[in-house]
Write a protein that binds this ligand. Structure first.
Ligand code: 5RP
Length: 223
């Protein structure tokens, strides 16, 4: 993973930001670079406002002086910029490595356009090496784990510093190994029907542009 490539991808994405836009602000280390680049443009006079997809993004955006709004003010996002854990050739994604998948999906899904930024380590021929994050209700999560096992997955309750990881929504994350994922949307459909599942980290058919940086060079893929 290259921090320089994350920054290169972030800089390229910020070029698509236009004056007056409402932006969806994704989450993760690549998005943190994007927030830096965005704040530089704001300091030069760009006028935008953002809706953050996690408490971490909200905190950094505030520190960087990026104006923020929430869904009580607007339900329309012109452009969302987010990261990913895996990106396949059909621009399907696995997201949620940072545990923000629910808010990311809410923000990304209501944007007119979604741009994904990543270094080249995120590009895969098939999804599934990165365990699929699934956000679940804490109540009865043991039952939800069993039901995920019945679908062929191997779920692991996410922990951080030995404590159970709790999402911004107060929920748990199950990191689920399904092997290579042949049918991303089909798997999402089965998981989302399970009682106790809040959302899955499969983002299928949502992306307009993927900007990958490889050794400092941009690779742009458009749907
Ligand atoms: C968080 C996410 C992130 O976008 C994803 O994990 C990528 O993060 P990074 O840019 O740090 O590799 O989905 O829930």
């Amino acid at each position: 993973m290259s921090d320089q490539d994350k920054r290169v991808a972030a800089e390229a994405a910020v070029k698509y930001v236009k004056n007056g836009m409402t932006l969806g602000l994704g989450s993760g280390s690549t998005v943190n670079w994007m927030l830096q680049c965005l704040s530089e443009r704001i300091n030069e006079g760009l006028q935008v406002r953002g809706i953050p997809s996690s408490k971490k993004t909200e905190k950094l955006a505030r520190e960087l002086g990026i104006p923020l709004v929430d869904f009580s003010t607007t339900t329309h996002i012109d452009l969302a910029i987010d990261g990913a854990d895996e990106i396949d050739g059909a621009l399907n994604l696995v997201k949620g490595g940072g545990g923000s998948l629910v808010r990311e999906k809410v923000v990304d899904a209501c944007a007119d356009e979604l741009i994904i930024i990543a270094d080249s380590s995120k590009v895969v021929s098939q999804l599934g090496t990165f365990p699929l994050p699934v956000e679940v209700l804490p109540f009865g999560y043991e039952v939800t784990m069993k039901n995920i096992e019945r679908l062929g997955g191997i779920p692991v309750l996410r922990r951080k510093d030995k404590e159970v990881f709790v999402s911004d929504n107060g929920n748990y994350i199950l990191d689920c190994q399904f092997g290579k994922i042949e049918d991303a949307l089909g798997l999402h459909g089965k998981l989302i029907q399970l009682v106790g599942v809040v959302e899955t980290g499969i983002f299928a058919g949502m992306v307009e542009k993927v900007i990958v940086a490889r050794n400092g060079q941009i690779e742009l893929t458009e749907r």
